[in-house]
Design a binder for this molecule. Structure first.
Ligand code: PLP
Length: 391
């Protein structure tokens, strides 16, 4: 009976709202569209306009088929070549993706690192840029999804803006849930995927490119056939993409933007996610479980809980939650595999979802024999909600 029931409390992919599911299903239930005709051109143009407020930008946003990693690779291959030096602000598993993409290109990488769970020191980036005026671009993960720590991209943008380098942000798990103001903060490129706080099934990548980045891209020979943004830029005014678009998900994106707007727009989305985070953190604290990230850098989209049980690893406990309560939470990645619970609270998540997640966490702990005061986490989260009923 419960074979298909699973409450996704992962740091992506996330639950897809019914309205988006219906929109996507309708795309399949129609005779296939000729994407080069008026009807789809309108949808593409509308989606590209509607998503700009989510990026907080007036710049163009390009929609590609792909996942978050393809958005990162798109940003990098359009800016960086084998002779270039770049800085990567690496604070975890997904920071390593950026380093790996750069290694595929053969670029020279200067890394600014922090322990997993912490964030980079902007002064270290400033010092490195002074020492290396040849740096062509600085890349930073905004929310490091493997830990739930959020790099200070606003401060980093201000530092990079003073140089000739371009500032690129991986916003795969932050966009639409974490304050991120592309134009106001002076970010040159933002790369993301659809399957996180945009609430879509996986399958589209989005890359926003500002003027400073375009000046660099125009002079750069992109070695990729498919990811060459100059082609996307040339066709955008006509409502075309150079290659076959993901028609269903572009329709879904338009609906996602409509839902975000109908729920109060971006500021409301930021407040909602912050309240979900604070409910979750209060609940975890009430259980006496350690949080990986401190309050100042904790992501509004996911919360990492350090699993300190010597007798059972975190992934075995996650299995208990999945099999007993049909609730899926994330686990540790890379060197933190088996050592973390990553609780997702982005996108289509409300206060009730967090209360359920905390309630089953309590029961799961009781089930494996850990001493737990039932109701403590739920009550602590409820207290937060009473003070800030924003989610
Ligand atoms: C911060 C970040 N960057 C990059 C990626 C890679 O995205 P994808 O798995 O969609 O390729 C992820 C995926 O979770 C992510 O969280």
């Amino acid at each position: 009976m419960f074979a298909e029931k699973m409450d996704l409390r992962l740091p992506g992919p996330v639950q897809v709202p019914r309205e988006i599911q219906r929109t996507i299903l309708r795309s399949f239930d129609h005779p296939m569209m000729d994407y080069r005709t008026g009807a789809f051109q309108e949808v593409l143009r509308a989606a590209e306009q509607a998503v700009k407020p989510v990026f907080q930008t007036q710049s163009d946003v390009y929609i590609l088929c792909g996942s978050g990693a393809s958005a990162l690779e798109t940003a990098m291959v359009n800016l960086v070549g084998p002779d270039d030096t770049i800085v990567i602000c690496n604070i975890g598993y997904f920071g390593d993706y950026l380093v790996d993409i750069a290694a595929h290109i053969g670029a020279r990488v200067l890394e600014v690192r922090a322990e997993w769970g912490q964030v980079v020191d902007p002064d270290a980036v400033r010092a490195l840029l002074r020492q290396h005026p040849e740096v062509k671009a600085v890349f930073a993960t905004h929310c490091e999804t493997s830990t739930g720590a959020t790099n200070p991209v606003r401060d980093l943008a201000a530092i990079v803006r003073e140089t000739d380098a371009v500032f690129v942000v991986d916003a795969v798990s932050s966009l639409a849930g974490t304050p991120l103001y592309m134009d106001a903060w002076g970010i040159d490129v933002i790369a993301t995927g659809g399957q996180k706080a945009l609430m879509l099934p996986p399958g589209i990548a989005l890359v926003a490119v500002g003027e400073k980045a375009w000046r660099v891209m125009e002079r750069h020979r992109c070695p990729s056939f498919y990811l060459d943004l100059k082609k996307y830029r040339a066709l955008l005014p006509q409502g075309h993409t150079p290659y076959t678009p993901n028609i269903a998900l572009v329709n879904g994106l338009l609906e996602s933007c409509r839902l975000i707007e109908a729920a109060g727009g971006m500021e409301a989305a930021y407040r909602r996610h912050a309240a979900l985070r604070d409910m979750t953190r209060a609940g975890v604290r009430a259980l006496g479980m350690p949080l990986l990230v401190d309050d100042a850098h904790a992501s509004p989209t996911l919360t990492s809980v350090v699993w300190d049980d010597a007798g059972m690893d975190a992934d075995a406990f996650r299995k208990v939650l999945r099999e007993t309560f049909h609730v899926a939470v994330g686990g540790g990645l890379g060197k933190l595999k088996g050592k973390l619970l990553r609780l997702g609270h982005m996108g289509y998540t409300d206060a009730g979802d967090v209360l359920k997640m905390l309630g089953v966490l309590e029961l799961g702990l009781a089930r494996i024999g850990r001493p737990v005061t039932l109701g403590a986490a739920v009550r602590a989260a409820q207290q937060v909600w009473l003070e800030r009923p924003e989610c």
